[in-house]
Ligand binder design. Structure first.
Ligand code: GRF
Length: 212
């Protein structure tokens, strides 16, 4: 059984979608292979904290501002992860870059969702970057985390239209709409072992993730 932690920094709508997915008995075939055991925020004011607690998930805050440097912050994260016997990490709006040291420790076992069609528009403000570039579609990308920023192997993507009237907020909200379906499904599939990795390419087994 894979035990995963959800790392987040803010609103926590993806965290909520993930927990709802695991709570829904109709998904048990894929979710049975893994269990969310810990919600971990680096911000004490993150909206996701109350969402995780409301669902009965153990929730901890490791405030990065309390540490002298990234290494000390990540050591504290690792202490929490070890205590909860976490085997996989799921980033959901976690706004701290993880150092190579941390990434190597969980090599191939960290997932993230990014609000753009990678490899386009990595980093912050995916929706704003898409609007500035004038692209007509954008979306979200679920990927493995490697030592770069949003550069790891892509697992799954969903596409949304970019409208002329869009602002970064409206596009970001539309992207989150598809993310809330795709990300939980992708996490469940990967943690159930339903994928093959060939170098930088990931092949999912079974039915498509972004269908009805
Ligand atoms: C999501 O759009 C995700 O792609 C990005 O941060 C956002 C987090 O939103 N990494 P939320 O906190 O899950 O609502």
């Amino acid at each position: 059984m894979n035990r995963f932690a959800i790392l987040f920094s803010g609103r926590g709508s993806n965290l909520e979608a993930i927990l709802d997915h695991w709570d829904d008995p109709s998904h048990v075939e894929e979710t049975a292979a893994s269990i969310p055991v810990l919600a971990l925020s680096n911000r004490p004011d993150a909206g996701g904290i109350s969402k995780a607690r409301a669902r009965g998930l153990e929730t901890r805050v490791v405030d990065h501002r309390a540490f002298e440097n990234r290494a000390a912050f990540e050591d504290a994260l690792c202490d929490e992860l070890a205590r909860a016997e976490v085997t996989w990490i799921v980033c959901a709006g976690f706004m701290r870059v993880l150092t190579p040291h941390f990434v190597r420790r969980f090599e191939g076992r960290i997932l993230n969702t990014h609000p753009a069609l990678l490899p386009l528009f990595p980093g912050t403000d995916g929706p704003a970057q898409a609007l500035a570039a004038g692209v007509k579609v954008s979306g979200c990308s679920v990927h493995f985390v490697d030592e770069g920023v949003d550069t790891g192997p892509i697992i799954a993507q969903s596409v949304v239209p970019v409208l002329r009237s869009d602002t970064p907020d409206s596009l970001g909200a539309r992207i989150r709409g598809v993310e809330h379906t795709l990300y939980p499904r992708a996490i469940a599939r990967v943690l159930a072992g339903g994928y093959r990795r060939e170098g930088d390419h990931v092949h999912l087994e079974g039915h498509a993730l972004d269908g009805p």
